[in-house]
Design a protein around this ligand. Structure first.
Ligand SMILES: *[C@@H]1O[C@H](CO)[C@@H](O)[C@H](O)[C@H]1NC(C)=O
Length: 219
């Protein structure tokens, strides 16, 4: 009886650990610089011949240049992920520069494959994330220059520039390709629409209100 309880407990532990450690797999060689032109499809990108690898495969310049925030979102992401730096392939890490126009908002979104760690270089941001079911607790913080904040993998989070001046942050990710799921785009702007009656049920409102929101997303 005691042994079977232990076995059960260990199986449970193994299961939760394998979920908890789900992230980019560790590299099995020094590097595997991405060869984006290779037609082979696998989980990641095929390595280029190591003899042909050069310093520029591990490099990008220009992160000192402010991103253009003159757009409807009022923010700009300047990535340094595997597309810009093929040498990141298999290394489980990437980063980006984020520029925020005064009073702009990066709406609620999640990175399905990465924890995010943000360093605020200039400005003042209100940031937050929501824990999963059943608590759904909102954890928020006002950040000033030099502050660092972490958004755990998969959780929905947002950034708001609460000052009347631009803000700049560097965000790093625990994936070569963190991905972005923007909540309003996924829920109301999918192609084709999620059936209106399903969203009406989810948001406890009538289908006409849902249809109105869905109609605002250009498709
Ligand atoms: C912002 O974008 C709009 C539309 O593209 C353009 O008309 C305007 O001149 C831009 N403003 C600045 C400051 O660049």
């Amino acid at each position: 009886m005691v042994i079977s309880t232990q076995v059960l407990f260990l199986s449970f532990l193994a299961l939760t650990c394998s979920i908890g450690l789900a992230s980019d797999p560790s590299p099995l060689q020094d590097f595997c610089v991405a060869d984006p032109n290779n037609p082979v499809k696998l989980n990641g990108i095929v390595c280029k011949d190591p003899k042909l690898v050069e310093a520029k495969d591990f490099f990008r310049s220009g992160l000192h240049v402010p991103g253009d925030t003159n757009n409807s979102a009022g923010s700009q992401i300047t990535p340094a992920s595997i597309v810009q730096i093929p040498g990141l392939n298999t290394l489980g890490i990437s980063l980006a520069r984020l520029d925020f126009a005064p009073n702009s908002i990066v709406t609620p979104h999640t990175h399905p494959r990465a924890t995010e760690i943000l360093t605020l270089l200039e400005g003042t941001l209100l940031v937050g994330f929501v824990t999963s079911n059943p608590e759904n607790r909102l954890i928020t913080k006002t950040l000033n220059k030099g502050d660092v904040f972490v958004f755990p993998i998969g959780l929905i989070h947002f950034h708001q520039n609460i000052a009347h001046r631009p803000a700049v942050a560097i965000v790093a990710f625990s994936s070569q390709n963190p991905g972005i799921v923007t909540i309003e785009n996924s829920v109301f702007g999918s192609k084709p629409d999620i059936p209106t009656n399903i969203l009406a049920k989810a948001f406890q409102t009538n289908p006409a209100i849902i249809a109105n929101i869905q109609s605002k997303f250009l498709r």
